[in-house]
Design a binder for this molecule. Sequence first.
Ligand code: PLP
Length: 422
Amino acid sequence: MNAGEGAEQSEHAAENPPVRRLSAWDGDELRDLAAAYETPLYVMDLGRVRENCQRLRAAFPDADVRYAAKAHTGRAVLEAVREAGLGIECASAGEVERAFAAGAAGKEVQYTAVNPPDRDLDVVVDRWLSEPELTVTVGARDTVDRLRERGFDGRLCVRVNPGVGAGHHEKVTTGGHAKFGVPSSEAEAVVRDARDDFDVVGIHAHAGSGISGDDLSTHREVVRRMGDLARDVAAHVDLEFVDVGGGFGVPYREEEPPLDLSAVAEATREALGEVDAQLAVEPGRYVVADAGVVLTTVNTVKASGEYETVVGIDAGMTTLLRPAMYDAYHAIRNLSAGDDRSAIPVTVAGPICETSDVLCEHRPLAAPTRGDVLAVGNAGAYGYEMASTYNSRPRPAEVVLDPEPRLTRRRESLAALTELEQ
Ligand SMILES: *Cc1c(COP(=O)(O)O)cnc(C)c1O
C-alpha cells in the first residue's frame, strides 16, 4: 500500500465508520420527524443499512453474505439489502414471501425451517414450484421426510447443532441448544440419506447472537467444526457452501468498541481451513441495528423524594421489547434539552401495565420535562419486528430516510386492533 492508498482508505473509513452512535444522529432532523409523524416513531436510515452491507462485503469479499431478515423485514430494508448484493435468510414462510415480494431471485433466498408448521412447508414448497432455486435448510430428520412427502426435491441444506453456543443473553444462544439443528454426530448420515432425493448444497450452523471482539473463541470453534464436517461430507456430496451463521455483535453501550470485522473474517477463514465450498455468513443485527432509532415523547415526569425520578414515555415494551425481554441496554438521548440542562438519574418507563416495561433505571439523562422528545439508539434490529399490540396499544409508525424521509409503515389505528374479531 502506498501513502495515497492509505489516505484514501482512512477517508473512506470516516464516511463509513464501524458504528453509528446515537450521538451522531442529527438531533434537529429527528425532532422535525417526531413533529411531522408523531411518536412513538421508528426511523430507519437506508444509507446506513447500505454502509453496513458494504463493510460486510468488504470484510468477506469471497463469501456469500446473507441478511437474516428476521432482524427487520420492512420492504424498503429488504430491497436496500438485496441491491447491496446480499442474499436473504428467512426464518418463516412469511419472510420467504416478503423476500420475493422485495424482488429477490430464488437463488438469493434461504429458508431456515425451525420446527416448521405444516402451513409454512406448504407455502414454501408451493413457492419453490415457481422459484426452483430457493434453498431449504432443515434442522431435523423428520423435516426432510415432510419435504419428501410434499414432493420437494430441490436445494437442501442441513443445519447442524454445533454443540457450542454464544450469545449476549441465554435467550439468544442457539448453538448447543437441542432445539436447533441435527446433532453433529448425525449430520453426516443425514446428508448421506438426503443426497438421493434432494440436491444437497450446503451445511449450516448458527451459534447465536453474540460474536464480540473478546468472544471469538466460540465462533472459531463452531467454524472449525463446520470445516471438519464439510471435509467429511465431501465424500458424499458436492457442497456449494458452508454457512457459519450470523450473530455479529453491535456495541449497544456508547463506550463499547465496535466489532473488528476484519478480525472476525480472518478468524473465520483460519478456523474453516481448506474446504471445497464457498463460505456463507448470515448477519441480521449487524446490518440494521445502528440504522434505526425510536423517537418517543415524555408524557409524565414524576419526581419523588423517596424514589428516583420516573420519566414516563409513549413508547413501551410493545414498541421496543428488547429491554424487557433481554435486559438489553439502549442508549437514550434527550433531543429537546440544550446544554443548559444538567443530567439527573432517571428511570424511563413505558405506558404498559408491567413492571418489566422499563427502558432503563439509574440512567443520567439531561433533565426531562413533559413534551421532550427522546431518541432511543440501536433500535433497527429486532425493534419493530418484535412490536406487539399488548394492552391494546397500536403499533408505531415507521419512516425511512433515503435520504429524504418517507413513511413506510403507517401508525396502527385503534380500529385495526379489533379488525380480526368475529
Ligand atoms: C437470528 C438468526 C441469524 C441472525 O442473527 P443476528 O444476531 O441478528 O446476526 C442468523 N441465522 C439464523 C439461523 C438465525 O436464526
